[in-house]
Design a protein around this ligand. Structure first.
Ligand SMILES: Cc1cc2nc3c(=O)[nH]c(=O)nc-3n(C[C@H](O)[C@H](O)[C@H](O)COP(=O)(O)OP(=O)(O)OC[C@H]3O[C@@H](n4cnc5c(N)ncnc54)[C@H](O)[C@@H]3O)c2cc1C
Length: 473
């Protein structure tokens, strides 16, 4: 059999399909399985609003590693930007739904190539709920009870919705006042302007949610509550390149947490003394972040997670300046209040939720009466606690195993095949993207995933060639 099942049709699944189709020399069949398939746009790039902006400049958003200007060239031919100078376009933060159109164009392109090369590519708008290994193949069961069998399977299932706050009772969890998934479109269906909205979390999804709420005309107050209430930083530099840290990193004898911190701190101070944002240091070290993470001991990873992950998050996940300004203006006008604190109790009373929280700064308890709560605390990385039946069944059957620090699942990093029971590689069962936070730490951006997608496709084609030599075609 030469049939490949890609479970999840966002950027990760699309780009695996792309490399399979353009490189396959044999007649393969590909199924993209996704009940929410949107022509490869996935969750991040299928938004309606043009005010939701990429957090990376256009020049760095190519979906194809071997063609770094692929997106830029596509964008510069598009009617919206045909008159924009390429250098300016390269440094611009473009709308995420425009990037979605780019991914859609790749989707259409691969469909045409597939027809010409007699490759079958089908979309199954279904939810995969289970996998069984049958000899060397994988039988995938869908929620409607039907099954399909594949010689290779890819788990490109993306981010899982965040964990529910432990203080929330069943009444809250089952109410239509609370939204566990910040990407649930139903959030914006029924908006009650009479009561404020509480967003739990203070990261990029909080920003998205605020902007969407404002777009649809929500005019009551928005609270964002998170343990630290850090300010989100803007991108300050576009064109500053800083090589010194790279040179010193490369001659670092011992890549330990302490040494890396010392290195970053030294260069951060050096740039600061020149009046330059420390962002350039983070950008320069970013290409090595996976290597650094892999060299840390488990203890160093724990220390990083407990004490430093929030600082790294703030330094890394910056906002385009125009979005940052918007958020700051909402704060100045008191339409958005960012609170550092912890929810200690919450109860539904009629159509409202009464939330009691402790303020981290004053240590006092305060109460909020809220019309809607949206959970933006970040994706659940402990897959044994997520709601995705497929992933839960894979864990139960020992096909995948939770990573030691509960940051996704274990893989063989040279082949992207998952490691199951007893750390054994499960041949031809792959994963990529956000499931690899534990193995690679940085594994959610286009920059990371495009390389992984190409590797996964190449390994599948190599394995398939072994089973199906070209001479048999
Ligand atoms: C709001 C947002 C903005 C972002 N902005 C940027 C940016 O500007 N630049 C950047 O580089 N990165 C950005 N990212 C990172 C982003 O994660 C990646 O760029 C990429 O979109 C991830 O794609 P994915 O295919 O891995 O996941 P997703 O897009 O989440 O796709 C996963 C798909 O799997 C499907 N699925 C899951 N389980 C099953 C199942 N059991 N059966 C069938 N289907 C299933 C889901 O329906 C979903 O469609 C952003 C992420 C988010 C969430």
């Amino acid at each position: 059999m030469n049939k490949i099942g890609i479970i999840g049709g966002g950027f990760s699944g699309l780009m695996v399909a792309y490399h399979l189709i353009i490189n396959s020399k044999s007649q393969i069949t590909i199924h993209i399985i996704d009940d929410n398939f949107k022509n490869g746009k996935g969750i991040a790039y299928s938004c309606n609003s043009s005010e939701l902006i990429l957090n990376v400049t256009a020049g760095k958003m190519s979906a194809i590693n071997s063609d770094p200007d692929h997106f830029l060239n596509w964008a510069s031919k598009h009617a919206d930007y045909i008159n924009t100078e390429k250098k300016i376009l390269s440094n611009a933060y473009l709308p995420r739904n425009f990037y979605g159109k780019y991914l859609e164009s790749i989707w259409h392109e691969i469909n045409t190539i597939a027809i010409n090369n007699k490759i079958i590519i089908d979309v199954l708008k279904k939810n995969a709920v289970d996998i069984d290994k049958v000899n060397n193949d994988f039988k995938v069961t869908f929620s409607d009870g039907n099954t399909e069998t594949y010689s290779s399977c890819i788990l490109s299932t993306g981010n899982q919705p965040p964990q529910n706050p432990t203080v929330f009772n069943q009444e809250i969890l089952q109410s239509n006042i609370y939204y566990q998934n910040p990407w649930d479109e139903k959030i914006y269906n029924k908006i009650n302007n009479k009561l404020p909205i509480l967003i739990i979390g203070n990261g990029l999804s909080m920003v998205d949610t605020v902007i969407e709420l404002k777009n649809i005309g929500f005019n009551n107050k928005i609270f964002s509550l998170s343990p630290h209430g850090y300010n989100i930083l803007p991108h300050r530099t576009n064109d500053v390149t800083y090589e010194d840290i790279k040179i010193e990193y490369k001659i670092l004898n011992n890549i330990s947490l302490l040494n890396v911190l010392k290195l970053i701190n030294f260069h951060r101070k050096k740039l600061r003394s020149l009046g330059v944002s420390a962002e350039a240091v983070i950008d320069a070290i970013r290409p090595f972040s996976q290597e650094i993470w892999r060299k840390f001991t488990i203890n160093e990873k724990r220390i990083f997670l407990n004490r430093l992950r929030h600082f790294w998050g703030v330094a890394r996940h910056r906002l385009p300046m125009q979005i940052h300004d918007k958020i700051q203006n909402y704060r100045i006008k008191n339409e958005l209040e960012i609170i550092a604190g912890k929810i200690i109790d919450a109860n539904v009373i009629n159509d409202e939720i009464k939330v009691l929280y402790t303020n981290r700064i004053t240590n006092e308890n305060s109460e909020l009466i809220i019309g809607k709560i949206i959970n933006c605390t970040g994706p659940e990385m402990n897959y044994s606690k997520c709601d995705n039946k497929l992933l839960l069944n894979c864990i139960r059957k020992g096909y995948i195993q939770q990573e030691d620090l509960n940051l996704g699942i274990n893989i063989d990093v040279t082949s992207f095949q998952v490691k199951g029971h007893n750390n054994q590689i499960v041949k031809n069962l792959f994963t990529l993207g956000s499931s690899l936070r534990g193995e690679l730490w940085e594994s959610t951006s286009v920059t990371d995933i495009k390389i992984q997608a190409e590797s996964v496709a190449n390994i599948i084609l190599k394995n398939n060639t072994i089973h199906y030599p070209l001479s048999n075609q």
